[in-house]
Design a protein around this ligand. Structure first.
Ligand code: ZN
Length: 56
């Protein structure tokens, strides 16, 4: 994974933990990619996916 993407995912995780809504992420935890690169994936057509499941 590209370091910039990895850093952005970590930053989004931290922001989300701090209260940012999942829809405001610039990265996708589910796909480990930029949100704009996977927004057309079938998983994302379901609005209930806005809360990402994370490993413990
Ligand atoms: Zn995705």
């Amino acid at each position: 994974m590209d370091k910039k993407l990895a850093a952005a995912i970590q930053r989004d995780n931290d922001l989300e933990d701090a209260g940012m809504h999942g829809d405001d992420r610039q990265t996708c935890w589910t796909h480990q990619s930029w949100a704009e690169d996977c927004q057309d994936q079938p998983l994302h057509t379901n609005p209930s996916v806005s809360h990402y499941t994370r490993p413990a």
